[in-house]
Write a protein that binds this ligand. Structure first.
Ligand SMILES: Nc1ncnc2c1ncn2[C@@H]1O[C@H](COP(=O)(O)OP(=O)(O)OP(=O)(O)O)[C@@H](O)[C@H]1O
Length: 776
């Protein structure tokens, strides 16, 4: 029978060596007459010892490095003090091998490796020593120092609960450069004397460890050598029975070969004695840490990134324009999106309000136009290369103005707006006389041009880039049909980018309407992080309708008296309610302006420009100003009544705290409107108890309402009813809604609810609801 333990010689022709391949588990006996298992155990034991030795060496090296660092610091300061010079060439500074300490620290910081740190590895406290003049005699809690300085030594958190702190005693060499500072560390708290001034290495009688400091010698760094006395050996102590020791298996990377030994029973430690010098080091470390924290906090709050525009691939003429406009560094969203957009990828981008999204999409848009214009065509009017869609006219004008700033040095590249409220024929003339490659439009007017037989749709056939600003709003039901039509009229082979500060889940889904399947989703807000700015304080009040005007007036009075350069936006639910609020505040001698969709476009543009430039002004507005409008330095945003949804709340609030500045937001709700709080409960908004209302204010508001034209109040009632009737989320049946409307009616000084047109009442589903009056 063929034995499976049979040795099979294989002849290696090249080397003439004979290699034995062991079949089926190897020979029965091994050198020294050991059997297979004895042989295996022997090797395992050897491996364990080797690992243990390596680990000990590492620990020693680690101790030495930390001590060297502290010595270098202490000695360095001492030296400077004495000589009034920098000791940058001294041995000590050369030894501050931060990286090595860091690496070693990390070695012990691996998950599970904390256990490798036995109690005996910790600092040993020595008895206080008499201080001598001009020498460092420090008892340093090394672990604590290193722990405190964890910004310097990343990830160093080995402070293991349950292991009692022990202290090293570190001594500098009295500021002498020719000698290394000496270190001693002592285990059992016995006092250490230090009288051997001249010896290179200090040693004490019992339990002390001697060390040389590492130094730079002919370019080579020598590491300190440590010699543990017998007393330092854990095994030795065990065997002497001097201490009770618990063996604990390590969870560390070295696995079962590492054992942690924990002493049982009390241990006597002497009082910590910190010298001035150590205190100084600690303070320095704390200072450094708080500096780092400050920088980190600043970076977090700043909208700017570290990258400059001249480091990107955009054309030099654009960079020149950006520089003259004062844009040098990119904002974070610009850095995150620019390369993706320049690569021609489709993208869905989410970034907080006021963080520079407009420039983030305008820059690649301009690049696309520059690239297209360099390709010679013999068309009289250039094709439209970039189409930017946004929900409001003011926003379109603002984007076009920003594009013009960036196009300052680009001859032959133009941008135009197509927005409602202007005469269509004027648009046509402008398109003819002032050809452009970039169009910024609101969807309605754009469709008017597409459907008009003026050849506009032909110009769109070469479109390279479609941009949707405030994309979630444009993809909302109100705009979606228009967007679908626009998408049908532009080439399939194009780049599409969608930007907004809010991108709800359902919008991600419908974004496929515009975006290619393979698109980038860039979220600079971060998953699970709040979409509002930390620097914007958000509060809300819950109060009955009849108090709302008084509260708004009192809030304004307080704000105006506290903030010199105040700039306030008050958002109301509808245009007519906006008008009512404006007239009321005007009647009460506040410096106010109004802006809503019922106003002629020229008026809107004028007010928008005035508010942008002004300080000490209050803008009362509807949601036409909620998104994208960049009015600098708005100090307070007040939202009266519930916003349509969470997204609208965020966008309205986003008119303040732009570019990383501070701001304040107040939401004022009637008790039944508090359903919205559920939608925004993850935002840092706090409830505020109602302020004591001034009786004077009460009278003033009442008088102002009495003086107001009834038709304004009636229009406000109709609009109010229409607005809340359209919001399903209010969760009120029609009868309750009409009752609430009657209360609103009271609050604005109307004695009975004004009648509705029958047609309107039917459309709103309110015809037979009690309390609704129909016009005869
Ligand atoms: N790189 C930059 N350096 C300095 N300022 C910048 C930079 N980019 C943009 N800004 C400024 O930041 C402000 C906000 O920009 P922008 O209006 O584009 O914000 P946004 O993110 O579109 O806001 P919203 O979400 O409200 O539409 C503007 O005043 C703009 O001039």
């Amino acid at each position: 029978m063929h034995s499976f333990l049979q040795k099979k010689p294989i002849t290696n022709l090249l080397s003439n060596f004979t290699i034995f391949r062991y079949m089926g588990g190897g020979p029965r006996t091994f050198p020294g007459g050991l059997n297979k298992w004895q042989w295996k155990r022997l090797h395992e034991k050897k491996a364990k010892e080797k690992e243990r030795k390596l680990l000990d060496q590492e620990k020693q090296l680690y101790h030495a490095r930390i001590r060297t660092q502290i010595r270098a610091k202490v000695a360095g300061e001492q030296f400077q003090e004495e000589n009034g010079t920098s000791n940058s060439n001294s041995d000590y500074t050369a030894m501050s091998a931060q990286d090595q300490v860091k690496a070693l620290a990390n070695r012990f910081m691996k998950e599970g490796a904390e256990d490798l740190w036995n109690e005996d590895d910790g600092p040993v406290k020595s008895a206080p020593m008499a201080r001598q003049p001009r020498r460092f005699d420090s008892n340093i809690d090394l672990r604590k120092i290193v722990h405190d300085g964890r910004n310097d030594i990343e990830g160093l958190s080995f402070w293991n609960g349950g292991v009692r702190p022990r202290y090293y005693s570190v001594q500098a060499n009295n500021g002498r450069r020719d000698k290394p500072p000496r270190i001693k560390f002592k285990r059992n708290g016995n006092a250490a004397s230090d009288d051997d001034e001249d010896s290179d290495y200090w040693s004490s009688e019992e339990g002390l460890v001697e060390s040389s400091v590492s130094r730079k010698d002919s370019g080579k760094v020598k590491f300190p050598k440590f010699r543990f006395t017998e007393e330092d050996s854990e095994e030795e102590m065990d065997s002497r029975g001097g201490k009770s020791v618990n063996d604990v298996m390590s969870r560390a990377s070295l696995g079962k070969y590492d054992r942690k030994k924990t002493r049982i029973g009390p241990k006597v430690f002497e009082e910590e004695c910190l010298s001035e010098e150590v205190q100084l080091i600690r303070e320095e470390l704390n200072r450094r840490r708080s500096r780092v924290e400050e920088v980190e906090q600043h970076q977090e709050e700043s909208i700017l990134s570290q990258k400059r525009f001249d480091e990107s691939n955009i054309s030099p003429l654009t960079i020149k324009a950006l520089t003259s406009a004062g844009y040098l560094q990119m904002t974070k969203v610009q850095e995150a999106t620019l390369s993706v957009c320049l690569d021609g990828m489709d993208a869905l981008v989410k970034a907080k309000t006021g963080t520079g999204k407009s420039a983030a999409f305008l820059l690649p848009a301009i690049e696309a136009a520059v690239k297209a214009s360099s390709a010679k065509t013999n068309q009289r009017t250039p094709p439209i290369v970039v189409l930017i869609l946004c929900p409001t006219r003011e926003l379109a004008s603002q984007i076009a103005a920003e594009a013009n700033v960036m196009l300052k040095y680009h001859d032959g590249i133009g941008v135009q707006t197509l927005i409602g409220g202007t005469r269509f024929k004027v648009d046509l003339k402008r398109l003819e006389s002032d050809p452009c490659q970039i169009i910024v439009a609101t969807p309605g007017r754009l469709l008017d041009h597409i459907e008009n037989k003026s050849g506009f749709s032909v110009r769109l056939m070469h479109l390279k880039m479609l941009i949707l600003d405030e994309a979630d709003h444009l993809l909302d039901l109100g705009f979606r049909k228009d967007i679908e039509k626009v998408v049908d009229c532009v080439p399939r082979q194009r780049q599409s980018v969608l930007f907004s500060a809010t991108i709800p889940k359902e919008v991600r889904r419908v974004s496929q309407l515009v975006l290619k399947r393979e698109h980038a989703f860039i979220d600079t807000v971060g998953l699970g992080r709040v979409e509002t700015h930390d620097k914007v304080k958000q509060i809300y009040y819950v109060a009955p309708h009849e108090l709302h005007f008084q509260i708004v007036y009192q809030l304004l009075k307080e704000h105006v008296s506290q903030v010199v350069d105040y700039k306030v936006i008050i958002f109301c639910t509808t245009s007519m309610v906006t008008s009512l609020m404006f007239l009321l505040l005007q009647e009460m001698k506040m410096n106010v302006r109004e802006m809503h969709s019922r106003k002629p476009q020229l008026y809107r543009t004028r007010i928008s420009d005035e508010f942008r430039e002004s300080k000490r002004l209050i803008l009362v507005t509807s949601d036409v100003s909620a998104r994208g409008m960049n009015y600098p330095d708005v100090t307070l945003v007040i939202q009266v009544g519930t916003p349509t949804d969470r997204e609208q709340y965020i966008h309205r609030l986003g008119r303040t705290g732009r570019e990383g500045k501070e701001g304040k937001g107040v939401l004022l709700l009637a008790p039944w409107e508090d359903y919205i709080l559920d939608e925004i409960k993850d935002l840092p908004i706090e409830k505020c108890s109602l302020m004591q209302l001034d009786s004077d204010i009460k009278l003033k508001v009442k008088d102002a309402l009495v003086n107001m034209d009834c038709s304004i109040k009636e229009a406000a009632y109709h609009a109010w009813l229409g607005y809340y009737n359209s919001i399903k989320e209010i969760g009120r049946d029609k009868t309750t809604l009409v009752e609430l409307a009657s209360r609103f009616c009271d609050s604005i000084g109307l004695h009975k609810p004004p009648a509705l047109f029958r047609k309107t009442a039917v459309k709103m589903g309110l015809r037979d609801i009690p309390g609704i009056r129909i016009r005869k």
